[in-house]
Ligand binder design. Structure first.
Ligand code: HPA
Length: 236
């Protein structure tokens, strides 16, 4: 049952809903801040995972790493080997649109990508893949209940962070309507579609490609709390 990347030998140690921040230290922060009866379930490559209870309901929080190859591996193994039903990515993104400000929270309705991940893995020809609408409804219901405003928009899942080749940001924003960029959701949505599971993505804006404002890592950590509370409430 253990996989090359996850050392868990008992399916019961992983909840049916997994929250995935990119950073394994953020997974640790969420577990320590919000969960009770926490058990650390994974140490392989320091991609820490934790299972605990939020308001009495079992939840797992595990790092995905950065980029589609990394989240592709972890989410595939969680869905396929450990019987996980729902994965909610909780990440950061860069704003493509002037209407989006630092610390805004975005629920991805779908992800556009130039990545070949879905085609190479499953033969999918589409360059836009959707989040699960039921999970998105839950995220929206939780945000409303908690009184936190959210955007519901298409995002760009980029294969590269640094680029110097044309104005991809303007092209993707203007052609596909993407309001922000991250690097993981398209692969997560492809895996969920192939394995008949549910995936969603909620993001906090950490920087802006329009205004070039950026957050410090400390400010970022704090501002993520709103997003985490929405995701945790939706998970239970
Ligand atoms: N680009 C890609 N991914 C990101 C960014 C960005 O500017 N900010 C946060 N995740």
């Amino acid at each position: 049952m253990a996989t090359p990347h996850i050392e868990v030998n008992d399916k019961n140690l992983i909840a049916s809903t997994v929250l995935m921040p990119g950073d394994p230290l953020r997974a640790e922060y969420i577990a320590n801040t919000y969960l009770t009866d926490v058990v650390k379930i994974n140490n392989v490559r320091n991609m820490f995972g934790f299972t605990g209870y939020y308001k009495g309901k079992k939840v797992t929080v595990m790092g995905s790493g950065m980029g589609m190859p990394s989240i592709g591996i972890y989410s595939y193994e969680l869905f396929d080997v450990y019987g996980v039903e729902n994965i909610i990515r909780i990440g950061s993104c860069g704003a493509y649109s002037p209407k989006i400000k630092i610390y805004d929270v975005i629920i991805a309705t779908s992800a556009f990508s130039e990545s070949t991940y879905a085609k190479v893995a499953y033969g999918y020809e589409e360059n836009i893949l959707n989040a699960n609408s039921y999970l998105n409804q839950r995220l929206n219901d939780s945000a409303k209940k908690l009184g936190f405003p959210v955007y519901n928009e298409i995002i760009h899942s980029s294969d590269v962070f640094y680029r110097n080749c044309g104005n991809v940001f303007h092209d993707v924003r203007d052609k596909y309507g993407c309001i922000a960029v991250e690097m993981e959701s398209f692969a997560l949505f492809a895996n969920a579609r192939y394995l008949h599971k549910k995936a969603a993505c909620i993001l906090t804006v950490s920087d802006s490609l329009v205004t070039h404002e950026a957050t410090s890592s400390e400010e970022r950590q704090k501002s993520f709390n709103r997003m985490m509370e929405i995701a945790l409430d939706a998970a239970i």
